[in-house]
Design a protein around this ligand. Structure first.
Ligand code: F6P
Length: 326
């Protein structure tokens, strides 16, 4: 018999579609197992400032299909300090919480890892970020929805790009990773993708574009990951425009619209699986791990590994970009 009787759940960092579905799964998974459950509002900030709310099964009715997060999210500077974490611990004790599920990305898991080294409260992480940049799971919650949002937007931009024979640089999110750019690039038929994982120099980009131009393509789309090392999307586009006045260059930054919207079926199911798996892991006396899905099976990955290892871009998709953009 597990000694866990009462757990809490929070969402933290950049929100991602499917976080609500994951919250629902944690709450219902807990109640199913006769545990009490509380929600913490605004992530670690709410843990420090005592924003705990009791959750019933009905508290999570009709949220599965919604983007954003009903528990709200925040990036907490205070949780980076030992005083902040001590205060958070005091509140956890006050509410009798003996297990925690955190839904978020690498910043969230790093906070959880430090907290669980300092205090004896088991924590399980559920990967939720549109960036898909967590090692140990094939996909993070929100990634599939964001991909669909990006592709829908790029299809629309393609219409106007073709009408005016223009070259568009479209920036997609991904502070440190090119997963969104690469996969949506393949799915939208982009002519090129620029991602932080692959060094591209300006000369190479130019000669690629010159080749495309010679083929008299009616439009060209280059998807740029936010974290691209060559420079900002605007700087890259400016430079191309200056050196190639014959191109009619435009820039679109998709920005935060990529984080919103109703989650796809894939994200809803993934979030449901991982939310319940997180409660099962707590009941199984696991701690300091992320639950992930690899080849459709639930896996447990220690926070240290999820954070230390870098998830690799799919080299097959990189090759596809080269083959298909001729
Ligand atoms: O981590 C998810 C993410 O969407 C990144 O792709 C992006 O760089 C960042 O969050 C933006 O964060 P904020 O909403 O705090 O500006």
């Amino acid at each position: 018999m597990s000694k866990i009787k009462k757990i809490a759940v929070l969402t933290s960092g950049g929100d991602a579609p499917g976080m609500n579905a994951a919250t629902r799964a944690v709450v219902r998974g807990a109640i199913y197992n006769n545990l009490e459950v509380m929600g913490i509002v605004k992530g670690y900030y709410g843990m420090i400032h005592d924003e705990f709310i009791p959750m019933e099964s009905s508290s999570v009715s009709n949220i599965l299909q919604n983007g954003g997060t009903m528990l709200k999210s925040a990036r907490s500077e205070e949780f980076r300090t030992s005083e902040g974490r001590r205060q958070a611990y005091e509140n956890m004790k006050k509410h009798g919480i003996d297990g925690l599920v955190v839904i978020g990305g690498d910043g969230t898991f790093n906070g959880a890892r430090i907290f669980s080294q300092e205090f004896d409260i088991p924590i399980i992480g559920v990967p939720g970020t549109i960036d898909n940049d967590l090692f140990g799971t094939d996909s993070t919650i929100g990634y599939d929805t964001a991909l669909n949002t990006v592709v829908e937007a790029v299809d629309k931009i393609r219409d106007t790009a073709t009408a005016h024979s223009r070259l568009f640089f479209i920036e997609v999110m991904g502070r440190d990773a090119g997963f969104l750019a690469l996969r949506s690039g393949v799915a939208s038929g982009a002519e090129a993708v620029l991602v932080p994982e692959v060094d591209t120099d300006f000369t190479k980009l130019k000669s690629f574009l010159e080749n495309q131009y010679k083929k008299e393509k009616t439009s060209s789309i280059v998807l740029v990951a936010e974290g691209e090392k060559m420079g900002s999307t605007i700087d890259i586009a400016d430079r191309v425009s200056q050196e190639h006045p014959e191109y009619d260059v435009r820039v679109t930054i998709l920005g935060h619209l990529q984080r919103g919207g109703s989650p796809t079926v894939y994200d809803r199911v993934l979030a449901s699986q991982l939310g319940v798996a997180a409660v099962d892991a707590l009941l199984d006396d696991q701690k300091s791990i992320m639950v992930g899905l690899v080849n459709r099976e639930v896996v447990h990955v220690p926070f240290n590994q999820a954070l230390k290892n870098k998830k690799a871009l799919n080299s097959g998709l990189l090759r596809l970009m080269d083959v298909l953009s001729i």
